[in-house]
Design a protein around this ligand. Structure first.
Ligand SMILES: Cc1cc2nc3c(=O)[nH]c(=O)nc-3n(C[C@H](O)[C@H](O)[C@H](O)COP(=O)(O)OP(=O)(O)OC[C@H]3O[C@@H](n4cnc5c(N)ncnc54)[C@H](O)[C@@H]3O)c2cc1C
Ligand SMILES: C=Cc1c2[nH]c(c1C)Cc1[nH]c(c(CCC(=O)O)c1C)Cc1[nH]c(c(C)c1CCC(=O)O)Cc1[nH]c(c(C)c1C=C)C2
Length: 476
């Protein structure tokens, strides 16, 4: 029987865990501790007074797979179904994604399945690479970089351009360092279980958790949604969960509550804040790994070091608004491979998938330029000292050279997002296993959730909250 659970961190991971805890009668009290002045973490939207919406974090959430369905079920349950803005597979924003290579935009197929179709600027049909791929022997290594994996199976060209860009557009990271096993388990499992990506895609190669679709998820499947957002921005999701939690007398929500230290005690944990302390029987940490590391007592080595070793990258996110329809192409946006421009990751054409977020009757175009990531320091230096004006100038210059837009933006917002995306480097799975083994061995009543461990997407993070609660309550 669980009594009090403390949830550290009020990003989407912590909120999701609290939501699932709240649904269980076994839990008497949930204490959410968030250091900042708002809940939601990287889910962060600006709503301008004229009605325009700008996203500084995630902007489109995928509805597919078990984790996608799970999030839609939550959205449905929270009563947000009427606010969903779906983008179907047939929409131009789903069909058109571009690569900026050799100073030109090239249309590419989207997603991982896109690797299996023909894409310029490549020199041979992808079908050829895929045909040959079936003949490539499977690796005996227990992990490999994404770049090495794709080079070996599909050829260097696809690795250098398509996969390099894909990793920048999801992890803001370097595919030469990222782990295929942890970042793209579907690809890793396809090779391990079927001997080939092509066969893996055809026959399936994973064990998918069972998540039945409730009405909204059913609608998403029927209407073939490729992604969705919310009328007042993605931040409505954490706001709505917070509203749900506030209605429960068993939940305490604390903002401005910086967790300083956590100490195992006879009955569970003592959690020290800047002012005062709270006790809990169990802790669900939804903090970034490094933040959790700095709160643990020295008796928790080597866990402290392993948490510390999970790297993160900093991304500069620049939202721009232009008067009129200024785009030369329609689509989701474009990515830039590291060989073309190391620190310019890509540009999202937000107005195309989500015109509802434009200023009403305004005829404007909203773009988001993403910069830095694994290449941040190299190009911009120390995030502490980089100037906003410099980031804004780099962003508007890229819009000019990549898209031929010569006009000046009518509105802009620069956000320097420090350590916002964890990087799952080679051996990440071993590190995560080792941390969880240590926790079990030491009988620590502690769950690790959030983007540092089992996937960075909003869906993955929400699902990690659900899994931790089910394990805690003995549901699985
Ligand atoms: C620019 C950008 C674009 C993205 N785009 C997408 C996308 O399109 N689709 C998608 O699925 N995902 C996207 N993501 C990824 C996704 O948004 C994140 O991985 C996810 O929001 C992480 O949630 P989290 O709860 O694990 O962490 P966080 O949001 O980092 O939450 C952690 C919380 O802990 C708090 N905290 C830190 N230290 C302490 C402390 N000592 N005490 C108390 N509280 C503390 C923080 O203030 C924060 O609120 C994007 C991320 C970024 C940055
Ligand atoms: C240019 C930088 C970034 C862009 N988005 C992100 C970064 C770092 C962050 C991000 N984007 C996606 C996810 C979640 C993945 C998931 O599993 O759901 C994250 C953390 C979604 C995504 N965006 C692109 C792709 C190929 C994906 C994967 C899922 C899918 O196929 O929908 C492409 C892409 N991202 C950005 C641009 C400009 C772009 C391509 C045109 C911005």
């Amino acid at each position: 029987p669980m009594k009090t659970v403390a949830v550290l961190g009020g990003g989407i991971g912590g909120l999701a865990a609290s939501y699932y805890l709240c649904k269980s009668p076994q839990v008497t009290k949930v204490i959410v501790l968030e250091s900042s002045s708002r809940f939601g973490g990287w889910l962060w939207s600006t709503r301008r007074s004229d009605g325009a919406v700008f996203e500084h974090g995630p902007r489109g959430i995928r509805p597919t797979g078990a984790v996608g369905r799970n999030t839609l079920n939550m959205v449905d349950d929270l009563g947000l179904a009427g606010d969903v803005l779906p983008v179907t597979y047939s929409h131009v924003a789903s069909k058109n994604r571009y690569l900026y290579v050799n100073k030109q935009l090239h249309r590419m197929p989207s997603g991982i399945s896109g690797l299996l179709r023909t894409v310029p600027p490549f020199s041979r049909p992808i079908l050829w690479s895929v045909g040959m791929e079936i003949l490539v022997k499977k690796s005996k290594e227990d992990d490999e970089s994404i770049h090495s994996f794709v080079s070996r199976r599909l050829g260097k060209e696809l690795a250098d351009i398509a996969v390099d860009s894909l990793c920048r557009g999801v992890f803001a990271g370097d595919c030469r360092k990222l782990s295929v096993r942890s970042c793209f388990p579907v690809l890793y499992n396809a090779e391990q279980r079927r001997g080939s990506l092509a066969l893996g895609m055809l026959l399936g190669s994973g064990t998918v958790p069972v998540v039945p679709a409730r009405p909204l998820a059913q609608r998403s499947a029927k209407e073939s949604w490729a992604q969705w957002s919310l009328r007042r921005g993605v931040e409505s999701l954490p706001e709505s969960i917070t509203g749900f939690l506030q209605k429960s007398s068993r939940v305490e929500l604390h903002r401005h509550a910086v967790v300083k230290q956590i100490c195992p005690s006879a009955s569970g944990w003592k959690i020290h804040l800047e002012d005062g302390a709270v006790s809990a029987d169990h802790i669900i940490s939804a903090l970034p790994a490094k933040a959790l590391s700095s709160t643990l007592p020295s008796s928790c080595q080597p866990l402290i070091q392993e948490l510390q070793d999970i790297a993160t990258v900093t991304v500069a996110v620049v939202n721009l608004e232009y008067d009129g329809s200024i785009l030369p192409v329609m689509g989701f946006g474009h990515l830039v491979p590291s060989s073309e421009d190391r620190s310019l990751l890509g540009i999202v054409y937000d107005s195309v998938p989500f015109p509802e977020h434009n200023k009403p009757n305004g005829h404007t175009t909203r773009l988001t330029v993403m910069m830095g990531g694994a290449w941040f320091q190299e190009d911009f230096g120390d995030p502490e000292t980089v100037k906003e004006e410099h980031l804004l100038q780099r962003a508007t210059e890229a819009v000019q050279t990549h898209l031929g837009v010569t006009s000046v933006p009518s509105w802009s917002w620069v956000a320097l997002e420090r350590d916002c995306i964890p990087q799952y480097y080679l051996g990440h799975h071993r590190r995560v296993d080792s941390m969880r083994t240590f926790i079990k061995k030491k009988n620590l009543s502690l769950s690790l959730i959030g983007s540092s461990y089992d996937g960075v997407s909003v869906n993955d993070v929400i699902f990690s909250g659900r899994t931790a609660v089910e394990e805690l309550l003995g549901i699985v």
